[in-house]
Design a protein around this ligand. Structure first.
Ligand code: XMP
Length: 327
């Protein structure tokens, strides 16, 4: 049976050797738990679900079905990377669901951040449940639950993302192979499983995705401005040695416009806000001292390459009093 509680004396997985041993043990345990049954996994492309997918592919191969839901709020290139790594390189049984229109239609005109989060969360469960019902004979649900999720849900801080939200007719037995690991250990295991660095060392990304960075009511054009400016920021941080050094960095596009001049004519466009912060636990955060010349270069790129943007601002606010995300 799988180990449900992290043993008190468990050595922290910090080396490839320890990761190898953990992987071998998990593969055995997964084969014992699963037998010849079929397993389903919601694969977001985040570190935890990606490591779970890679472990299950090693353990039970085609008995695993991964479902990747594209809700339209993912970063540039993410759905493509999930397909490339899992379907093309690891030969996983992957169902790709393009639910972009469905999510954006539901979100149209919704301005309240918590309502936006609720819509995104419940629509996700609905799409996933629909896919699950289409499959025959799947009785197991794999999840990327990690040890801090268990500790936080026990302490009443947050309800960890589990099958609790699924409709009652979908009565799955859970498979949670990274349940007893801390985040840094999941990354070491992911590296050993051969996942690309871009996936293993990914910065934190909120469940509601770019939706909470397209402040207020989400529109397709402003969401595109968030996605494109975020891609430029990530590219420039990577090129300039800030990737892996800064804890979290992204762009926000508020729902207002200001005057500018483009090609000799007046333009009325959005600002892009850059946020770059460092923290240990996301409860407090300080602002990264990004070199001014780099900010100027990023500004030049964003204002010339991103449609509908004529200004770039840098958010100087620590947490508290400002939260990391704007919504
Ligand atoms: P805040 O904005 O509260 O963010 O300072 C702290 C950390 O949590 C992330 N975050 C979320 N993650 N669902 C998530 O999975 C959410 O609704 C959500 N809101 C914020 C945020 O990106 C930061 O890392």
């Amino acid at each position: 049976m799988p180990v449900l509680v992290r043993p008190e004396n468990m050595e922290r997985i910090t080396t490839p050797e320890l990761a190898k041993a953990f992987i071998a043990e998990q593969i055995e345990d997964l084969r014992t738990q699963i037998g010849d049954r079929k397993v389903l996994l919601a694969l977001s492309g985040g570190v935890d679900s990606s490591v779970v997918a890679a472990l299950l592919i090693k353990a039970v191969g085609q008995q695993l079905t991964c479902v990747h839901v594209n809700h339209g709020l993912l970063r540039k290139g993410e759905p493509e990377q999930v397909i490339e790594v899992f379907r093309n390189q690891m030969n996983a049984n992957l169902i790709y669901v393009d639910a972009v229109d469905r999510f954006l239609d539901k979100l149209a005109g919704v301005t309240d951040p918590e309502t936006k989060r609720k819509i995104i969360g419940s629509e996700f469960i609905e799409v996933f449940a629909e896919e699950a019902r289409k499959l025959d004979g799947v009785s197991l649900l794999a999840q990327g639950t990690i040890w801090p999720d268990i500790l936080e849900s026990e302490a009443g801080i947050k309800a960890h993302h589990n099958a609790g939200g699924l409709p009652e007719d979908l009565n799955f037995e859970l498979v949670e192979p990274v349940r007893i690991l801390f985040k840094d250990e999941v990354r070491v295991v992911g590296k050993e499983l051969g996942l690309p660095d871009g996936m293993v060392y990914r910065q934190p990304f909120p469940g509601p995705g770019l939706g909470v960075r397209c402040v207020g009511a989400i529109t397709r054009d402003r969401l595109e401005a968030v996605r494109e400016s975020d891609a430029i920021l990530r590219e420039e941080f990577a090129k300039n040695g800030l990737e892996g050094k800064v804890w979290q960095y992204f762009t926000i596009v508020p729902d207002f416009k200001s005057t500018g001049v483009r090609d000799g004519a007046r333009c009325w466009e959005w600002p892009v806000v850059i946020r770059a912060v460092n923290t240990r636990d996301a409860m407090t955060a300080t602002v990264e001292d990004v070199p001014f010349a780099l900010l100027q270069h990023i500004t030049a790129r964003i204002t010339s390459e991103v449609k509908g943007v004529n200004r770039v601002l840098f958010d100087l606010s620590p947490k508290p009093v400002a939260t990391i995300e704007w919504e």
